[in-house]
Ligand binder design. Sequence first.
Ligand SMILES: [Zn+2]
Length: 485
Amino acid sequence: MRLFAAILVSLFIGCPVAAQGGAANLVIINADVRTLDRDMPKAQALAVRRNRVIFVGSDAEAQELIGEGTQLIDAGGKLVMPGFNDSHVHFMAIGNKFSSLNARELQRPEEFYEQLKFYVRFLPKGRWILGSGASKELIAGLKAEEIERIAPDNPLFIYAANPSEAIANSAARKLSGLADAKDSVTVREIELARIARIVPTDHIRRWAEIAETASNYAASYGITSVQDTDSDARADVYRELAAAGKLKTRVYDCSSLSNWFTKQTPPLREAPEKMVRIGCLKGFHEGDDEWTPRLREQVLAADKAGWQVAVHAIGAKPNSIVLDIFEQAVRANGKRDRRFRIEHAEGILARDLRRLGELGVIASIQPHLFGRGAGYASGYYEDLVVNGASAALGSDAPMTAFDPLLGLNFSGTTGGFSLVDSVRGYTFGAAYAEHTETEKGKLLHGMLADIVILSQNMFATTGLQTSGAVVAMTIVDGKVVYERK
Ligand SMILES: [Zn+2]
């Protein structure tokens, strides 16, 4: 069954439903839609107008929304669900993974070509592909025309293990005023020096290019939102990228709690549908008692000002202290819908668990990173939820793989998440953790059209079937941003 997307040239002449507000921009039919809503968990079809879901229901009803210019997607029975929302990433670091290509491990030309293709898939046109370590044997087997075919639009400059020689493509040569590669794979001496001179010295700090790379990569995994807990304060970069129409991922950008100044007022929560939002501050506690008074002071002040506060804690003691501080903040600043977060929330003592629920704390967990991926059934995560914490799932990429399918944590046995709860943690639960659950995380009328189509239906098979499940299509803000070729 092949997924196809086609612009339907319409035979449509004013049907009553479409007449109210016009036809849909995008309609998905013949799908196994999982809305993640308890009242209406399944549907066949879905329609989008601009950036919102305007209909979820049957194929027959969806026909009424198809008009001139509607993009019609026949899902071929595939699984359609809300896009993944990774609640803990270091987004620029994910993009920066593509800033250098380590050729040391690549022995055969095919391996090099594969790696190059992988980079080119995600890098914006014009971004340099830099690297080092290419062996003599590898270089001897490379063909210039194959490199040109794979990377026509990205200047390529990769040093050999002996750095008196480097692989360079035509794009790199042209930029430095040299003639085309023709059939030579490498440059030496004067040519090498000319290219080396024009390589951007700020390559690993070209944030717009790096963010675009990360966003392209996210789209390939069906990730439509990320919560950037890196505290590098790059919201402006993301906003510029969004304004240029190049951001394919919604970003909730957290800043550093310790660099926060009391003068700064937090943003209002008026725009949960925006591509880029701020509003959260992230701190740490790693168990050092001396750190506690300062953290307490910062958390109380930031909470009082209205920021959402997230604190990294791993292990019994840090989690206990952070929960103490959260309690003190509630006592000092009064009850409200503040949604404190503990990032990682690993190793909380049984006697501390009930406080999660009492304080309404979000457990921002990364099952894959902590070795408790699919099938893990010790019951720890379930305990968090039973005690009233709201679970938000994420990866902590690039510390670990970005693929959300690896981070789904569920088990058929008692004590583990159910598949639905696990998926919910990576969608609705993650949206709740960033105050956007009225807009994202479910496919219902009025929600943002952030959607993933998976070519393997984990809900329709028994047990864990995520390995090999691949993303067929990713839709963000009503637009198709990724389609598997
Ligand atoms: Zn992290």
